[in-house]
Design a protein around this ligand. Structure first.
Ligand SMILES: *[C@@H]1O[C@H](CO)[C@@H](O)[C@H](O)[C@H]1NC(C)=O
Ligand SMILES: *[C@@H]1O[C@H](CO)[C@@H](O)[C@H](O)[C@H]1NC(C)=O
Ligand SMILES: *[C@@H]1O[C@H](CO)[C@@H](O)[C@H](O)[C@H]1NC(C)=O
Ligand SMILES: *[C@@H]1O[C@H](CO)[C@@H](O)[C@H](O)[C@H]1NC(C)=O
Ligand SMILES: *[C@@H]1O[C@H](CO)[C@@H](O)[C@H](O)[C@H]1NC(C)=O
Ligand SMILES: *[C@@H]1O[C@H](CO)[C@@H](O)[C@H](O)[C@H]1NC(C)=O
Length: 364
């Protein structure tokens, strides 16, 4: 009982502290730098961002410690000081996991207090040793309700540890964020929104990948993979954001994802080139994804026709039998206005290395 009250007192204090800090919180204009893109860190126009996420650190499946691979060691260590040359007030976060990491390793880690502690302590050490001002968890995705509950426990314990480390080091507490699904449910289970609300600074809402030419369910028809609206389904960014809002999680904890990439489908008939046109999976041997810079090159090289659909807020272009769904400037501008109108904390790009001369990043 006593310990329960102490815990309550602790979270009340945390809440008060948080109110104080969020009152001064400015809009987040975030972006991920993805090491695999090989985009040089020194070329990032960091004046366009308030926060940059360095992706990705790894979770060791034996020790449950967060590690930085030897290939990433030098660029990650150098990341913060390099991006702060052009923008000294920029904050950087070390992002852990990502779409190609194994969700089962995260599930096992979050399942036991000793392995959560290994994760938490090593992540804090790694952030400080490499000059980051925060940590971001990209666990894609928890698959059961107990995994979601464990994720919530992890967030609460992470916050306690980060607060203790800050008192101890006299440094500002590390920021804590997580990348989450576009809607507050994934795999039919709900995110731990109470823990998110009290223990994370915000979540990055991955508002994209609704359709892709490599998914069995969407390979045979073109589709807008990140439409803001969809009058005929619940798979859209506005549906996701209003669902997050309905959980009671503050809008000031939501940062909207903007995809700086699209997907190329192979049209069955080049004359039938609209939305939902019959298609034969991805163009090329991969998943059909293309960076915004590649898409702009494709449009110029092939004199592709580009269409902005203001009903759903999405762009597509086509030439020959290639059809590409993506976000062009008008779509990004409209999504940024949407984020502001809904009172969200901000927005972020996945990922900065594929912008085209900073055209999309400048729309914020
Ligand atoms: C970087 O962004 C700033 C602010 O928009 C702009 O003035 C500058 O021209 C940009 N630099 C490059 C190289 O695009
Ligand atoms: C480290 O960053 C500096 C700029 O801060 C840059 O000049 C240097 O090339 C970087 N070194 C490596 C190994 O990335
Ligand atoms: C979580 O722990 C329970 C009991 O401690 C165990 O039965 C279960 O297999 C564990 N799950 C994972 C994903 O490690
Ligand atoms: C506080 O600092 C001491 C000395 O550096 C260290 O041994 C201890 O583990 C730290 N505690 C926390 C919670 O960081
Ligand atoms: C939900 O959205 C409405 C309308 O934008 C807003 O007034 C309300 O504050 C939001 N709820 C939370 C908990 O932020
Ligand atoms: C725009 O999208 C709406 C909704 O899917 C659709 O009805 C309309 O035909 C589309 N317009 C164009 C030009 O593709």
């Amino acid at each position: 009982m006593a310990s329960k009250n102490l815990l309550l007192l602790f979270f009340s204090l945390l809440f008060l502290l948080h109110l104080r800090s969020s009152a001064g919180q400015t809009v987040v204009k975030g972006g991920y730098w993805f090491r695999a893109s090989e985009f040089p860190v020194s070329d990032i126009n960091s004046t366009l961002f308030t926060h940059l996420f360095c992706a990705f650190a790894d979770l060791d499946s034996q020790t449950y410690q967060v590690t930085i691979s030897s290939a990433n060691a030098v660029p990650f260590k150098n990341f913060t000081k390099t991006v702060q040359i052009k923008n000294p007030s920029l904050k950087t976060l070390l992002s852990i996991g990502g779409g190609s990491s194994n969700p089962a390793t995260f599930a096992s880690m979050a399942n036991q207090s000793t392995s959560r502690k290994a994760f938490i302590d090593s992540s804090i050490k790694l952030a400080r040793a490499n000059g980051f001002s925060g940590l971001d968890l990209d666990w894609e995705y928890p698959g059961t309700s107990s995994e979601m509950a464990n994720m919530g426990t992890l967030f609460d314990e992470w916050r306690v540890a980060v607060a203790a480390e800050s008192r101890n080091s006299s440094l500002p507490p590390l920021l804590l964020t997580a990348a989450v699904n576009y809607a507050p449910r994934v795999n039919s289970v709900s995110y731990p929104t109470t823990s998110i609300g009290r223990s994370l600074d915000w979540v990055n809402v991955m508002a994209y990948d609704y359709y892709a030419p490599s998914y069995p369910r969407s390979r045979s028809a073109t589709g807008a993979h990140a439409a803001l609206y969809d009058p005929s389904s619940q798979v859209s960014t506005s549906f996701g954001i209003s669902s997050w809002n309905q959980t009671g999680l503050s809008s000031k904890k939501l940062v909207l994802g903007l995809p700086f990439y699209g997907y190329a489908w192979q049209l069955v008939n080049p004359q039938n080139h609209g939305l939902y046109a019959p298609a034969n999976g991805p163009v090329g041997s991969g998943d059909g994804s293309m960076g915004y810079n590649q898409i702009k090159d494709f449009i110029v090289t092939n004199s592709a026709v580009s269409v902005y659909n203001a009903t759903i807020v999405a762009d597509y272009c086509y030439a020959g039998s290639t059809w590409i769904g993506f976000d062009d400037s008008q779509t990004i501008v409209t999504k940024v206005s949407y984020a502001k109108q809904k009172g969200l904390l901000g927005y972020f790009a996945w990922h900065v290395g594929v912008d085209n001369n900073w055209v999309l990043s400048k729309n914020g």
